[in-house]
Design a binder for this molecule. Structure first.
Ligand code: PLP
Length: 407
């Protein structure tokens, strides 16, 4: 199927507006993607036609709200190839989803049980496990990294012991873009009876995910990175894995019966959705994923890979540049991080802003990885299907100017 980034941009009101008024080369898609009309229209339709609280009312308006909210669950399940919509828990984002598992699953662990992580993790998949270590005395084990920051899976038997209960790793790094090789990790986890959680925050906006094929137990992601609304995210849990978890947050909506002495809890997913959920946002996310599912992903990913190659080629000839992470396109997303000798990433970003280029500079919430690379931070360009050659060329022109001004 043919794909045109210009046609795709028409689905994103903010990009349309900026194209008309002043150039915007938005290359900070790993931080947040732009929100598509499909998401906004669905959320607006809910607010204007069906707004009521969910899972509480018996009047017709409330029934419409319930139907819209549950429909969104089915749309998310279809995007992830989940076995059932009941495996979809709406949360406020990746961070909340991982914290949910770190509490509900984590609090069933015993001192000395082990959780396997890696140094490439975003703080969202690092700090919750450190907090669990403080609460429960679990041991955190780290997968080794190769020099370019990819996971080194050659010595898994040294990391996975019989005390391993969970491996929690990123599906794709928000710094290097490297896509983790999941199959050997699942195999190693299964061999010791451990569960597998993937942080899908970066992977999910590059095409539908097949949780069944991945063979994992939990998948976490955020709506705002998948061209949907802010304030909503998802925890997918395999039916049995989710059913085995105790509640995390207590409140309305997550109970079966509350007594003074004893309370019983609803089945998943409601057990994990205490309080009023982000209703309009969940409905917007469902619509965004429904729209994304129909997109020509092979052509779109070939397009973003071509742009990433154009960027890598352009960067390679700039003086004093070092890549933070791999400088080839093997098994990675179109996310490129780099540094210039003697130039602070924030200063480079400021010069780039004058060129209408929006990129991120800093530690990218991945300080353990920055320490591993022995850098304070990096400039990161992250590409989405609506980007085109003009965006990459503006970035390269801005960087040349930054080197000239700041060196
Ligand atoms: N994990 C990864 C790999 C990320 O890139 C991010 C955000 O940048 C997160 C987790 C946290 O996502 P959120 O802030 O939406 O919860």
């Amino acid at each position: 199927m043919n794909f045109s980034p210009a046609d795709w941009r028409e689905h994103f009101p903010l990009l349309e507006k900026f194209r008309a008024e002043s150039p915007l080369h938005y290359l900070d898609n790993a931080a947040t993607g732009q929100c598509c009309y499909a998401a906004m229209n669905a959320a607006t339709a809910f607010e204007t036609q069906s707004r009521a609280n969910v899972l509480r009312g018996t009047y017709r308006l409330a029934e419409r709200a319930d139907a819209a909210y549950e429909h969104a669950r089915h749309q998310v399940a279809a995007y992830l190839n989940a076995a059932s919509a009941d495996e979809i828990v709406f949360t406020s984002g990746t961070t909340a989803s991982i914290n949910l598992v770190a509490h509900a699953f984590g609090d069933m662990l015993q001192p000395g049980d082990e959780v396997v992580l890696s140094l490439v993790e975003h703080h969202s998949n690092f700090v919750p496990w450190q907090l669990l270590r403080e609460r429960r005395g679990v041991i955190l084990r780290l997968l080794p990294l190769a020099a370019d920051g990819r996971l080194d899976l050659s010595r898994l038997d040294e990391t996975f012991t019989p005390r391993c209960r969970l491996v929690a790793v990123t599906h794709a790094s928000n710094v290097t873009g490297a896509v983790s090789d999941i199959a050997p990790l699942v195999e190693a986890a299964r061999a010791v009876g451990a569960r597998v959680l993937l942080d899908g925050a970066q992977a999910v906006q590059h095409g539908p995910v097949d949780v069944a094929a991945l063979g994992i137990d939990f998948y976490a992601f955020s709506g705002h990175k998948a061209f949907g609304p802010t304030g909503v995210g998802v925890l997918w849990g395999r039916g049995k894995a989710l059913a085995a978890l105790p509640p995390f947050l207590g409140g309305g909506g997550m109970i079966e019966h509350v007594g003074v002495e004893r309370t019983t809890y609803a089945s998943p997913p409601r057990r994990f959705e205490a309080g009023t959920p982000p209703i309009a946002q969940a409905i917007g996310l469902g619509a965004a994923l429904d729209w994304l599912r129909e997109q020509p992903w092979a052509a779109m990913n070939a397009h973003t890979a071509r742009l990433a190659q154009r960027l890598l080629d352009g960067l390679a000839v700039l003086p004093g540049l070092t890549f933070v992470g791999p400088h080839d396109l093997r098994e990675r997303l179109p996310i490129v991080s780099f540094n210039f000798e003697g130039i602070h990433p924030h200063d480079a970003c400021q010069v780039l802003d004058e060129f209408g280029v929006a990129v991120r500079g800093g530690h990218h919430c991945a300080q353990p990885l920055m320490d591993y690379f022995k850098v304070q931070g990096a400039v990161r360009a992250s590409i989405a299907p609506y980007n085109d050659e003009a965006d990459i060329d503006a970035l390269l022109a801005g960087l040349k100017d930054a080197v000239r001004k700041l060196k």
